[in-house]
Design a protein around this ligand. Structure first.
Ligand SMILES: *[C@@H]1O[C@H](CO)[C@@H](O)[C@H](O)[C@H]1NC(C)=O
Ligand SMILES: *[C@@H]1O[C@H](CO)[C@@H](O)[C@H](O)[C@H]1NC(C)=O
Ligand SMILES: *[C@@H]1O[C@H](CO)[C@@H](O)[C@H](O)[C@H]1NC(C)=O
Ligand SMILES: *[C@@H]1O[C@H](CO)[C@@H](O)[C@H](O)[C@H]1NC(C)=O
Ligand SMILES: *[C@@H]1O[C@H](CO)[C@@H](O)[C@H](O)[C@H]1NC(C)=O
Ligand SMILES: *[C@@H]1O[C@H](CO)[C@@H](O)[C@H](O)[C@H]1NC(C)=O
Length: 399
């Protein structure tokens, strides 16, 4: 055999061998094979944990399949790091246990994972109705939260698509210390009066995208806490609920800046707020919120369509009542149309200690949808705001 030929043969052999190795790495882990039963009654916690542990040790792309059926599940931690990319194909419905005493914190925790995909058309049902009466957060400032449905912490490179969430006991989804997560075509729903059932709460995270989704809950559709950078919300229908909200910022010491938020092509219907930024009075930390773009947004009978509130102080529990130290700059509102229901279309209440700068209102057309005749002349309130308005802005802006 010539040298060239043997090189070709060796090359071919190693190509075939590597092909074989990749093939073997493609694993499918069906929870049924680990003892799960989709009968709505069996506790499947152990079976799901076992399927995850097995799949997590495999290199390459590994799929955990949850077939059709209703799977009762207690609090479960899906912990990495895993050897490969974890895919969870949820065809059935996961039912959260209603035994509150069984929960330490959350229902389903995904932690320390790089490379995760959850899809399949199935549903996460938090079965929150029986837990909501035990929510103490209206009465107690530092209340113990009820279990959140899905929590991602230290997760990178994840996609959650074609999945629905209903009736979480508390937030539906919470993202913490994570990077590059995309939500596409998800649906979140809970009654408009269910307490703290935020759709998605994002904190201390980067490059998070929510697109083509429908969210209606009893609290914020999407809320953004401190330490977030480069978030995109695109083509999301929100309502009922409290709208899209940045904050509240500044309550605790050591909070980090919020930089880079785009909210585009969204539709808010019947929500209490539309686009809101809120910061605490008497803030414990000094940080900035900057570079936000709100564009092509439709408001449909929204109570406060555009609001910056730097005097946030629920339950009047702010010692000293000092002004907020959160500096808000470069906030653009462009092409915002539709109807609003309060007496004020724009409420821009900024801090005397850190006035808002670079606030832009361009091409805005908001009509009052209520019945109060007085509101025909009630338009906007601006306090400590610097910026500009361009194009057609209706009602007249106060900057
Ligand atoms: C983000 O995550 C996706 C997988 O969900 C991956 O395909 C993509 O390469 C990642 N992008 C970056 C910049 O890491
Ligand atoms: C996320 O995926 C990108 C692209 O594949 C990769 O470069 C990056 O290292 C991943 N992130 C982490 C934390 O591994
Ligand atoms: C911001 O996030 C998006 C994905 O959500 C990503 O495509 C883009 O590259 C990110 N930009 C920066 C500067 O990281
Ligand atoms: C906004 O969403 C509501 C509720 O689905 C819908 O009735 C309305 O037509 C939408 N508005 C636009 C302009 O798409
Ligand atoms: C304004 O936003 C609406 C709703 O997203 C969109 O249909 C329309 O094309 C936008 N207008 C301009 C001039 O961009
Ligand atoms: C609107 O007009 C009515 C009647 O002219 C007046 O009493 C009321 O103070 C006005 N409201 C505002 C907010 O200017």
């Amino acid at each position: 055999m010539s040298v060239e030929l043997s090189i070709i043969v060796i090359g071919l052999l190693s190509f075939i061998l590597s092909g074989v190795r990749v093939d073997m790495a493609i694993g499918v882990y069906n929870v049924i094979d680990y003892g799960a039963a989709g009968d709505g009654k069996t506790d499947n916690t152990k079976a799901f944990e076992a399927a995850w542990s097995a799949a997590c040790t495999v290199e390459g792309r590994t799929t955990i399949v949850i077939p059709e059926g209703a799977y009762l599940l207690g609090p479960t931690i899906f912990k990495g790091p895993c050897k490969g990319i974890m895919v969870m194909e949820v065809k059935g419905q996961l039912l959260a246990s209603t035994h509150l005493e069984a929960y330490k914190e959350n229902w389903l925790d995904f932690q320390y994972i790089n490379g995760l995909a959850i899809s399949g058309g199935g549903r996460f049902n938090g079965q929150g109705a029986s837990a909501w009466p035990y929510n103490q957060c209206k009465k107690i400032l530092n209340c113990k939260p009820l279990p959140k449905t899905l929590v991602f912490s230290f997760v990178t490179n994840a996609t959650i698509s074609s999945i629905s969430f209903i009736d979480s006991k508390f937030f539906h989804i919470h993202i913490f210390q994570s990077r590059n997560i995309t939500f596409d075509s998800i649906r979140i729903s809970a009654p408009g009066d269910s307490p703290n059932t935020d759709g998605i709460h994002i904190a201390d995270s980067t490059n998070i995208q929510v697109a083509n989704s429908v969210i209606g809950t009893g609290d914020d559709c999407i809320s953004i806490g401190s330490g977030c950078t480069n978030l995109t919300i695109f083509n999301v229908l929100c309502g009922p609920g409290h709208g899209f909200s940045v904050g509240s910022l500044g309550k605790n010491a050591g909070e980090k800046d919020v930089i880079g938020l785009k909210v585009m092509k969204c539709n808010l219907t019947g929500t209490t707020n539309g686009l809101r930024i809120k910061t605490w009075q008497s803030s414990a930390s000094r940080l900035k919120a900057t570079d936000f773009l709100f564009e092509h947004v439709i408001m449909n009978n929204v109570y406060n369509p555009i609001i910056i509130d730097q005097n946030y102080c629920p339950n009047a529990n702010c010692p000293g009542k000092d002004p907020s130290l959160v500096k808000i700059t470069d906030i653009k509102y462009r092409n915002i149309t539709g109807t609003f229901a309060s007496l004020v279309a724009y409420k821009l209440l900024c801090s005397v200690a850190a006035p808002c700068e670079g606030v832009e209102l361009s091409d805005i057309s908001l009509e009052y949808s209520g019945k109060d005749n007085q509101a025909k002349n009630a338009t906007s309130i601006c306090v400590n705001v610097y910026g500009s308005s361009n194009g057609n802005v209706k009602p007249d802006p106060c900057i």
